[in-house]
Write a protein that binds this ligand. Structure first.
Ligand SMILES: Cc1cc2nc3c(=O)[nH]c(=O)nc-3n(C[C@H](O)[C@H](O)[C@H](O)COP(=O)(O)OP(=O)(O)OC[C@H]3O[C@@H](n4cnc5c(N)ncnc54)[C@H](O)[C@@H]3O)c2cc1C
Length: 419
């Protein structure tokens, strides 16, 4: 693997840094391609993940992982402008311990070496990179994949001055009366009659809720995205007001979730030596906040591109470029530009206009809105869906969507011009 080996360095083809869903997905996809993979993890690698992960069920069914759903709801609906809309599509809650255990088993089966050590520094050489761990240990790899989340340790991206974040405050627990229809899942309930008229002028939030069975529910007050992000105490207060309006009292709290992550970050520079995956590579869908489905769809392709690059003898920057080009193809970069533009639009809408927008959006044919939300529509179809949305929307919304404000045009052009 090259000269001047640092003392007692750990050697591998690919060093994957992190232990969240992105890192495990990538480490196993690479190891399945017979590559020598080391997973570098700051803390206990098998520490339970803190987040609750929801997903459209078909995104797990398609790769044959439907058994990793802890819950699956047939009744999935939203409320916009006071009207309940049945989405006619199954939604699921990922069994996060099950998914972690599944990847752990694959790591062990395919010989992934797991090192508990935080990555602190990196040095690139023509044919390899050396990562230094907090312990002082060095790790040498042909390629480094940074999967350390939304604030990555190595991946660089252009500075973003106004980071819009999705924020949510949720409670898993038992309630005096069911907070939602038993057996159901609520994607977005935008009713706001429980808020004062001043609160109704503030950025809108919605209820995301699920019946977890045995009398337990998860209810979460969510802000799709806002800059600056809505504070947790405000979301908590709105959730309490919402429940109070229904005469619903929290009787037992099993878990509290405070969710905060960036939605509108620019894409990383695709010429850099370290390759990102997951939050580190800006893979969160800018208009919905979802990411796990994308990991499962795009992980195997990225692993295949890396394995092929190595087989063909690519080194250093040439190998990284091939990997980045697979993860963020020109088509995906342009789609990302459209989604960021769309999010910027949505953040400007007041509650009524936002609900009107979603009401129109979810009345598009299901393959279009589903493809939009899961980022599975190729660019041409995505553009077609946007045109249909414009045609179907009332004039108030259409005018707003067509008239670019502030930095919206820059965002769109950045994507379309592949910058
Ligand atoms: C509360 C919450 C709820 C969410 N819900 C959903 C959802 O329902 N569906 C969905 O699709 N998405 C959801 N997301 C968005 C996204 O899927 C998650 O943020 C997801 O956890 C990102 O995965 P990741 O592996 O990229 O990063 P993370 O899960 O953040 O994992 C990063 C890992 O890197 C490790 N690490 C960090 N620094 C170092 C270092 N220097 N050296 C070694 N290791 C390091 C960390 O210990 C951690 O293991 C949610 C996000 C949050 C915050």
């Amino acid at each position: 693997m090259g000269a001047s080996l640092p003392s007692a360095a750990v050697l591998c083809h690919v060093l994957v840094v992190g232990a969240g869903p992105a890192a495990l997905c990538m480490a196993t996809a690479l190891a399945r391609r017979q590559l020598a993979v080391t997973l570098l993890v700051a803390q206990d690698p098998w520490r339970p993940w803190p987040n609750t992960y929801g997903i459209w069920s078909h995104e797990l069914d398609e790769p044959g992982l439907g058994f990793l759903l802890a819950h699956r709801w047939r009744h999935c609906s939203s409320v916009f402008l006071g009207e309940q809309l049945d989405h006619g599509l199954d939604y699921g809650l990922i069994d996060k311990d099950g998914l972690q255990g599944y990847w752990r088993q694959l790591c062990s089966q395919h010989g992934v070496r797991v090192q508990q050590d935080g990555a602190v520094a990196i040095q690139h050489h023509p044919g390899h990179s050396d990562v230094q761990g907090a312990s002082g240990q060095r790790y040498r790899a042909r390629l480094v994949v940074d999967a350390t989340g939304h604030q990555p340790v190595f991946v660089q991206r252009p500075r973003c001055t106004a980071v819009a974040q999705q924020a949510a405050y949720g409670v898993v627990g038992r309630f005096s009366t069911p907070p939602i229809q038993p057996g159901s899942f609520v994607l977005m309930d935008y009713r706001n009659g429980h808020l004062s008229s001043e609160q109704q002028q503030e950025p809108p939030t919605f209820l995301y809720a699920m019946d977890l069975g045995s009398g337990t529910y998860f209810v979460e007050e969510t802000s799709l995205a806002a800059y600056p992000p809505l504070p947790f105490h405000l979301l908590k207060h709105r959730l309490e007001q919402r429940l109070e309006r229904q005469g619903c009292v929290v009787e037992q709290v099993h878990e509290v979730e405070q969710c905060l992550f960036p939605m509108n970050l620019p894409l990383p520079d695709r010429r850099q030596r370290v390759v990102g995956f997951g939050g580190a590579a800006t893979m969160v869908h800018p208009a919905s906040g979802y990411m796990l489905g994308s990991l499962l769809r795009r992980g195997p392709g990225l692993a295949a591109a890396i394995a092929q690059g190595l087989r063909q003898g690519r080194r250093g920057a040439a190998l990284s470029r091939a990997a980045w080009g697979n993860l963020w193809s020109d088509d995906l970069v342009r789609r990302h530009g459209i989604y960021r533009f769309g999010l910027e639009k949505l953040m400007r809408l007041n509650s009524n206009d936002l609900q009107t927008f979603f009401h129109t959006f979810f009345h598009l044919p299901q393959p279009l809105w589903r493809g939009f939300l899961t980022n599975t529509l190729p660019l041409a179809s995505l553009t077609g869906a946007m045109v249909r949305l414009l045609t179907a929307a009332p004039w108030t919304i259409r005018r707003h969507l067509l008239w670019p404000q502030g930095r919206e045009l820059n965002l769109l052009l950045a994507g379309l011009l592949l910058r």
